[in-house]
Design a protein around this ligand. Structure first.
Ligand SMILES: *Cc1c(COP(=O)(O)O)cnc(C)c1O
Length: 368
């Protein structure tokens, strides 16, 4: 159907490949739980994609982050620097370990964590820093890596929104000591729910696998020397993930193409700030995101209403986590607060057609 008012979702899972074949194989064979060949194949395929030696499949991205921090022995008394402008899971995973998330502001230029501000948050208790590649835009890995080295901090990338994003020729997920991805239903690729840790260090990876499976001794079944977790991914989910990996390059190139089209159609609209760009940086546009500034004829929320009445789904940016009840501490992070109030995510699913993109741009251009 090509009614020009058909609903446009923000994102949708793209399941056009071997998902049904591989999942059916799991069901036919009975390997539906957390043992089975698809888990290792998905881990290897995803690690190769990120350029790391190992992938550890986890039941979701939040658990992956929690487990990465536990593996790095982060806990009560420790501080972990995180950007305030992120999904709450980044901070929650720190809190689960008993450590304290310390919020840094973001940069005006690309909405990711401000390295200079993060540097001012380092204390003797700081153990790690978690850059978030917000909405698919890589954070300042060069500056953050130098900061971390100067203070002997772990870097843990939260790449939940940025599968395949490029930073000076390398993909995200390989810069930190342990890094995480999410395969939730609206992420760049999906397993329904799911996550992954990517890492190079054999010993850390062995420790993560051990903690993932109730800390069961690899030598002695049902011997548990400490308290572990059940953070496993199922073979069915991994089967879906493997099929998604066969399509990830196409999904990403499609998202980049959609972003280019939006950029062309929205260039020069007063009050619309286009998504960040930067030298050597190749974003993946999990969402196509713009800022609506005071120069725009109507406010951000009024624009969202207009889009909605044309059947176009949109989303406001995350609230800065330092303003949410569990973390509110009265401090002000002005850049995060302003970007959060001006930001809107627009549809960017791989199936969006050129006509769809034109329709969204037209609603934005016609505001007065
Ligand atoms: C989605 C997301 C997560 C958590 O992933 P889940 O798989 O939903 O648990 C963590 N961090 C960021 C930045 C995310 O967008």
């Amino acid at each position: 159907m090509t009614s020009n008012n058909h609903p446009l979702p923000l994102t949708e899972p793209y399941l056009q490949g071997n998902e049904i074949v591989y999942v059916t194989d799991c069901i036919r064979s009975g390997w539906v739980s957390s043992l089975g060949e698809y888990i290792g194949r998905f881990e290897q395929s995803f690690a190769a994609f990120c350029g790391t030696r190992h992938g550890v499949a986890i039941c979701n991205g939040t658990a992956a982050l929690h487990l990465a921090l536990l593996t790095l022995d982060i806990g009560p008394g420790d501080e972990v620097i995180v950007p305030s402008l992120t999904f709450i899971a980044t901070a929650n995973a720190v809190r689960y370990t008993g450590a304290t998330p310390v919020f840094a502001d973001c940069r005006e230029s690309d909405w990711t964590i401000d390295t200079d501000h993060a540097a001012r948050k380092v204390t003797p208790r700081t153990r790690a820093i978690i850059p978030v590649h917000l909405y698919g835009f890589p954070a300042d890995m060069e500056g953050l890596t130098a900061l971390a080295a100067a203070h002997q901090l772990h870097v843990v990338e939260d790449a939940a929104e940025a599968h395949g994003a490029g930073y000076h020729g390398r993909r995200v997920g390989g810069f930190g000591v342990m890094n995480i991805f999410s395969f939730y239903g609206n992420k760049i690729i999906t397993t329904g729910e799911g996550g992954m840790i990517t890492a190079n260090d054999d010993a850390l990876v062995a420790r993560a696998r051990f903690l993932r499976d109730h800390a069961m001794s690899p030598e002695k079944r049902y011997w548990h020397p400490e308290v572990g977790y059940n953070y496993r991914l199922t073979n069915v989910q991994a089967a879906m993930g493997l099929a998604q990996m066969e399509q990830i390059d196409w999904i990403i190139s499609r998202k980049r193409e959609i972003a280019r089209r939006y950029n062309t159609l929205l260039a020069g609209v007063p009050g619309v700030v286009l998504p960040p760009e930067g030298p050597g940086v190749e974003p993946v546009y999990w969402m196509y995101s713009i800022l609506v500034t005071r120069d725009f004829p109507i406010g951000r929320d009024a624009l969202r209403e207009k889009l909605k009445s044309s059947g176009i789904d949109s989303r406001p940016f995350f609230y800065p986590v330092h303003t949410l009840p569990p973390y509110a501490d009265g401090q002000s992070l002005p850049v995060s607060e302003r970007i959060s109030s001006q930001g809107v995510n627009l549809p960017c699913g791989p199936r969006l057609t050129d006509d769809d993109i034109r329709r969204v741009a037209e609603v934005i251009r016609s505001c007065r």
